[in-house]
Write a protein that binds this ligand. Structure first.
Ligand SMILES: Nc1ncnc2c1ncn2[C@@H]1O[C@H](COP(=O)(O)OP(=O)(O)OP(=O)(O)O)[C@@H](O)[C@H]1O
Length: 645
C-alpha cells in the first residue's frame, strides 16, 4: 500500500471536485450555467455578492454564473455584454471568440501597448487578487521550467512521473496545437470542456468587471496563465508543473514567488527580438525564474549561458545543479515515449526536478521508503518516462484514410506524416536528426517509430497504427520518398532553418525529393477550438511568403535563384502540381511553370492533404514520408485535418 502526502484533505474543508451542473439549456444563447464550490474567503464572493449572484449554502458558497445569457433585466453589464458580443451558437466557440479578443496584435519585439499604470507582473498580481487567488497560488507546489528548447517536453515528463507516483497533477504548457484546453492538464488529461468553460467565464467576468483605465483587461497569455492558476487551485492539485511562456524574468508565470524547484532547459537562440542577441542575455532572462534559496537544475549548456545561470544562482543562494542527459541503461529496456535523442536531455532534467520536488515536499520517503540516493530509477519514474504524451513533437501518424477498404489499402502506396513543430535553428537540428533516423528505420535512436506515436492518441489509435505498420512490413518493398511540408512565421530566418534541415538530413543520407510550401490555416489573431470550421476558400490568399520560402529552397538545393517571375505567382498558386510530380524524377520537370523541379507552392493545406492522398492512392509502389515542420501552427493544422478528413 502506497501512502502519499497529498492535498486530499481539502484545504478549505470543501469537497475535492467542484460540482458542475447545467441548470437550463433552454436559453437561446446560454448553454451552460455552472456552480462552483469555493472557499468562502475568496474575494470573488464579495464581488459576486454585490452583483446579486451569490447563494451561500452551509458554509460553502456557490457562485452561480451563466454565460452568455440574454437577461436584459439583469443589471450585470458584463453579462449583457456577452449576450451582445458573442452570439455564436456554441458556448465553447463564444469562449474562443472572447479569448481571441485578448490577442494583442503587434510586431515581434515591439512592446505590447496594454496601457494602464502598472507593469506586467504588477498587473498579474492585481488580476490574481481580483480572483481571490493571491494567497492560494502561494500554496501550490510548483515546478517552474524555463528554457529555449525542451520546456514542454521536460514539463510533460515531470507531470507523467509525478502522476505515476500517485500524485494529483496540474500541467500548464504552451502553445496549443488544436484546442486551447491542451494547455491545461489535470492528472494527465486536458481539462474537460465543462470545467474549462466554468473557470473561463468566471475568470473573464470578474476581470472584465474590474478593469479600468489603470488596469486594462489581461492580454491572452496573461489571461491563460491566471486561468491555469485558478484551475489548479480549484482542482486542488498536489503539484503544478508550469512552463514559462517566453523568457523568464518578465514572464507572466513569474508571479510564482516560491516554487519547490526550478528548471532551465537547453538554451539557444529564439525570441531574440525580446530577449536579446547574445546567449548571455537570453540566459539572464531565463535565470530570472530562480528564487532565493530554491534549488534549481539545468542541462549542460554552452559556457556563456552556464556562467550567467551560475552567477544568478549564486546571488540568490539558490543551489544549482547540472542534470546529465538520462543514460539509456537507466530505462532498463523501456523507451522514452517522446522521440529523438534530444529527449534524453529533457528526461534527465525531468528526473532531477521530480526527485527534488518529491524530497522537498516530504513525499520521496513516503513513496519509496528510500533515502533518495538510490542509483536506480523507481518504477513510477520509468512508467512516467515511457508514457508521457505531447503532440506535435517528433510524432508519427500513419495515414490510411484514403484507402476505403483493406483491398484498396493494399493496392495503394503508404502515406506517413512525421510531425515536429521545430522553429528555431537548434530545434530544427534536433528535428532533422530524428527524421533521418526514423526514416532510415534506425530503431536504436531513442525510440522506434511505433512507440513514438506520442500525440495524446488513445490506445486504440496506437494499436491501429501498430497493426498498420505490421501489415505494411509484410507487403512488397516500396520506394520511399521523403517530402518536406513547410511553413514558418515571417519573423524566422527560413534560410537558416531550411539550410540546417537539409544539411543535417543529407549528412545522414536523407534527401528530400520535393518540398511543398503551404500557408497555415491557423490565424495568429484567432484562438480556435478542435471543432472550428476549416476555411476552404483560398481565393485571394497572399502566398508571397511561401514563394519566398521556395526561393530559399531552390537556392539551397540547386544553388540557383527562383524559377518564378513575380507576375505568375498568384496564378500558379491556384493550381496543384500534377500527381506525377510527387514521385517522378526532378529531371522530368522543366522549371518556370507552376512548380519547379524540386518544390511547389500549395494553395492550401486541405488541398495538399487531399492531393498527397490521391498521389499515394495511384501508386502502390511508393511510401511517401512527409516531414511537417517549421511551425507548430502548421503541425497543429495538419493534425486537425488528419483527424477530420
Ligand atoms: N533539448 C532539446 N534540444 C534541442 N531541441 C529540442 C530539445 N527539446 C525539444 N527540442 C525541439 O524543440 C521542439 C519543441 O519541443 P518542446 O515543446 O519540448 O520545447 P519548448 O521549449 O516548449 O518549445 P517551444 O518554443 O515550441 O515552446 C521539438 O519539437 C524539438 O524539435
Amino acid at each position: 500500500m502506497m501512502h502519499v502526502l497529498t492535498n486530499s484533505v481539502p484545504k478549505w474543508g470543501i469537497p475535492r471536485s467542484p460540482h458542475f451542473d447545467t441548470i437550463d439549456h433552454s436559453f437561446s444563447i446560454c448553454t451552460r450555467c455552472s456552480f462552483s464550490c469555493l472557499p468562502t474567503s475568496l474575494a470573488t464572493h464579495d464581488i459576486a455578492r454585490n452583483k446579486g449572484l451569490l447563494h451561500i449554502k452551509e458554509g460553502c458558497a456557490f457562485t452561480i454564473m451563466s454565460f452568455p445569457v440574454i437577461e436584459k433585466t439583469e443589471s450585470n453589464v458584463v453579462i449583457k455584454e456577452y449576450a451582445e458580443d458573442f452570439t455564436s451558437s456554441s458556448s465553447y466557440e463564444s469562449a474562443m471568440e472572447a479569448l481571441s479578443s485578448l490577442i494583442t496584435i503587434r510586431k515581434r519585439g515591439e512592446k505590447t501597448q496594454i496601457g494602464g499604470r502598472y507593469k506586467k507582473l504588477e498587473r498579474m498580481l492585481m488580476y490574481l487578487k481580483i480572483l481571490g487567488l493571491e494567497d492560494h497560488i502561494a500554496e501550490l507546489k510548483v515546478i517552474h521550467v524555463a528554457g529555449t528548447k525542451g520546456k514542454g517536453s521536460t514539463c510533460t515528463f515531470c507531470e507523467a512521473i509525478l502522476r505515476e507516483c500517485g500524485l494529483r497533477t496540474g500541467l500548464f504548457t504552451s502553445p496549443h496545437l488544436i484546442d486551447v484546453r491542451e494547455r491545461f492538464r489535470i492528472n494527465g488529461l486536458e481539462i474537460s470542456e465543462d470545467k474549462f468553460l466554468h473557470h473561463f467565464w468566471e475568470c473573464w467576468s470578474l476581470l472584465k468587471e474590474n478593469v479600468s483605465d489603470d488596469l486594462p483587461m489581461a492580454p491572452l497569455f496573461q489571461f491563460l496563465t491566471i486561468l491555469a492558476f485558478k484551475i489548479f487551485v480549484y482542482e486542488q492539485v498536489d503539484v503544478a508543473v508550469i512552463e514559462v511562456g517566453l523568457g523568464g524574468t518578465k514572464d507572466s508565470t513569474n508571479v510564482i514567488k516560491e516554487p519547490v524547484v526550478c528548471g532551465v532547459t537547453s538554451l539557444g537562440f529564439d525570441h531574440m527580438e525580446t530577449l536579446g542577441n547574445t546567449l548571455r542575455m537570453i540566459a539572464s532572462h531565463k535565470a530570472g525564474i530562480f528564487k532565493s534559496q530554491i534549488p534549481a537544475f539545468t542541462v549542460p549548456q554552452l559556457s556563456e549561458a552556464m556562467d550567467i545561470l551560475q552567477e544568478r544562482a549564486l546571488q540568490l543562494a539558490a543551489p544549482l545543479e547540472v542534470a546529465a542527459p538520462l543514460p539509456i541503461e537507466k530505462l532498463r529496456g523501456l523507451k522514452l515515449s517522446l522521440s529523438g535523442d534530444h529527449q534524453f536531455i529533457n528526461a534527465g532534467l525531468a528526473v532531477s526536478l521530480c526527485k527534488c520536488w518529491l524530497q522537498r515536499t516530504g513525499n520521496w520517503e513516503k513513496i519509496f521508503h528510500k533515502d533518495g540516493k538510490e542509483a536506480e530509477l523507481p518504477e513510477a519514474f520509468l512508467r512516467g518516462l515511457s508514457t508521457a504524451q505531447l503532440s506535435g513533437r517528433a510524432q508519427i501518424v500513419y495515414d490510411n484514410s484514403y484507402a476505403s477498404s483493406e483491398a484498396s489499402e493494399n493496392s495503394s502506396g503508404d502515406l506517413v506524416f512525421y510531425l515536429d513543430g521545430a522553429h528555431s535553428p537548434e530545434s530544427m537540428e534536433a528535428c532533422a536528426k530524428w527524421f533521418s533516423s526514423v526514416v532510415k528505420g534506425n530503431r536504436n535512436s531513442s525510440q522506434s517509430s511505433l512507440s513514438s506515436m506520442n500525440g495524446g492518441e488513445n490506445m486504440e489509435e496506437v494499436l491501429r497504427n501498430m497493426r498498420h505498420e505490421k501489415e505494411k512490413s509484410k507487403q512488397p518493398y516500396k520506394i520511399s520518398k521523403q517530402i518536406l511540408l513547410f511553413n514558418c512565421m515571417e519573423v524566422r530566418d527560413p534560410q537558416v532553418l531550411l539550410r540546417r534541415l537539409v544539411n543535417i538530413c543529407a549528412s545522414s543520407g536523407t534527401h528530400f525529393s520535393k518540398a511543398l510550401f503551404v500557408p497555415s490555416i491557423s490565424m495568429y489573431n484567432k484562438v480556435t477550438s478542435g471543432s472550428s470550421i476549416v476555411p476552404l476558400d483560398i481565393s485571394g490568399k497572399d502566398l508571397s511568403w511561401q514563394f519566398s520560402l521556395q526561393r530559399h529552397w531552390e537556392r539551397i538545393i540547386c544553388g540557383a535563384d527562383s524559377v518564378h517571375d513575380k507576375n505568375s505567382e498568384m496564378d500558379s498558386a491556384r493550381t496543384l502540381p500534377p500527381r506525377t510530380f510527387l514521385y517522378e524524377a526532378a529531371s522530368h520537370y522543366c522549371p518556370g511553370k507552376d512548380y519547379s523541379a524540386y518544390s511547389a507552392i500549395m494553395p492550401s493545406l486541405p488541398l495538399t492533404i487531399k492531393w498527397l492522398r490521391d498521389c499515394v492512392k495511384e501508386n502502390p509502389s511508393v511510401r511517401v514520408q512527409v516531414l511537417v515542420t517549421g511551425s507548430l501552427h502548421l503541425v497543429g493544422d495538419v493534425l486537425k485535418l488528419l483527424k477530420r478528413i
